[in-house]
Design a protein around this ligand. Structure first.
Ligand code: SAH
Ligand code: SF4
Length: 348
């Protein structure tokens, strides 16, 4: 199969052009056609030589994932199914706000990490997405929004563990951040990880890309976290926290720690106090996520009062803490509700 031109970074394009004895500046023209002008055919790229166009057409495709299904929630959240060339699907969630729009991006079909509270985990890892499939979700979402609304924020919090698909994650970020192309701001892209310590360090040392970091903490001791997140066995909580403490953050930059509130499991006052102690000395903010219940998962949602109490303990001790509003729950688009058994529905 031919590679997808939409997944090529500028460096990769330049390399291809040089191997094929074509001028390097064409890379910029191709990027402009694909991402600024939204062109989806080689023939339309009129400022490229005919020879180059036919060479490109011989070696690449320009393929967007197809829209298999989209559902709009009462609160305006759009859940859609992105289908790729091999028929595999991921769910993507588009959160609409008054003045901006946020896409929750997937990096894998399924996930290998096995977190006990997550529906995606029940699928296991089906496969990684390549860079064109990650970028493709963004392009498709922009298409759904239409020309008058601009996607501004991307959160890598859909299906999959982004750092388990490291190279494709980096390539997709390079494409998204390229100022000559899609031109996303790194401060408006958040990569959320279950805490693969080595990858976090590597990511921070990456020179070609930057993004905001979110860590799914979900437990405040090694034992508690390991029960919920098996990834903790190899990535000890202490090392994870120490790694975060040592990351050289930029001015005004904070690491987000996501913390899931499971009734009678993680939502007690003692855990809240331990959380404060754990994050001491880290430029952190906490995002509390009340569990989104699912019949397949053995947990319960916390009461609104418990959520408030937990938040108050954190903020009362000087730790920034917000509660994530659950959105799109009625269409199964809320956090941890993403799982795609290939759906037979093709449109609605
Ligand atoms: N794999 C990455 C990103 C995707 S999960 C990660 O784990 O960070 C995104 C967030 O959804 C994580 O913080 C996770 O803890 C949360 N989550 C998973 N299942 C959930 C559920 N059932 N209810 C609420 N949040 C959930
Ligand atoms: Fe994977 Fe994140 Fe779900 Fe854990 S919470 S199983 S890492 S998608």
């Amino acid at each position: 199969v031919k590679p997808n031109l939409l997944g090529q970074t500028e460096d990769q394009l330049r390399q291809w052009l040089s191997v094929h004895k074509k001028p390097g500046f064409a890379a910029q023209q191709i990027i402009d056609w694909l991402y600024v002008k939204g062109c989806r055919s080689f023939e339309e790229m009129s400022n490229l030589s005919k020879a180059l166009r036919s060479e490109l057409a011989a070696q690449f495709t320009i393929d967007l994932p197809s829209l298999a299904l989209s559902q709009t929630s009462r609160d305006g959240t759009v859940k859609f199914l992105c289908e790729f060339g091999d028929g595999k699907q991921v769910e993507s969630v588009l959160l609409t706000h008054e003045d901006h729009h946020t896409l929750c991006v997937s990096t894998q079909v399924g996930c290998a990490m096995g977190c006990k509270f997550c529906r995606t985990a029940t699928m296991g890892l089906v496969r990684h997405l390549d860079a064109s499939e990650i970028v493709g979700q963004v392009l498709l979402a922009q298409q759904i929004l239409g020309p008058d609304k601009r996607l501004r924020n991307l959160v890598f919090m859909g299906m999959g563990e982004p750092f388990h698909n490291y190279d494709n994650l980096i390539r997709s970020l390079e494409i998204l951040l390229n100022p000559k192309g899609l031109d996303y701001s790194w401060r408006r892209i958040t990569v959320s990880t279950s805490g693969l310590t080595e990858a976090i360090v590597r990511f921070w040392e990456e020179t070609s890309v930057k993004a905001m970091l979110a860590i799914s903490l979900n437990g405040v001791t090694q034992e508690a976290r390991q029960l919920l997140m098996p990834v903790t066995k190899k990535n000890h909580l202490e090392d994870l926290i120490e790694t975060c403490r040592q990351l050289p953050l930029e001015k005004r930059q904070r690491i987000t720690f996501e913390y899931i509130l499971l009734a009678d499991v993680t939502d007690d006052a003692k855990s809240a106090k331990q959380l404060v102690a754990l994050l001491n000395g880290i430029k952190a903010k906490v995002n509390l996520i009340p569990f989104n219940p699912d019949p397949a998962l053995p947990f319960k949602a916390p009461s609104a009062e418990k959520v408030r109490e937990f938040q108050n303990i954190l903020t009362g001790r000087g730790l920034l803490a917000t509660v994530r509003k659950s959105r799109g729950q009625d269409v199964g688009a809320a956090c941890g509700q993403l799982a795609s058994e290939n759906q037979t529905v093709t449109s609605n």
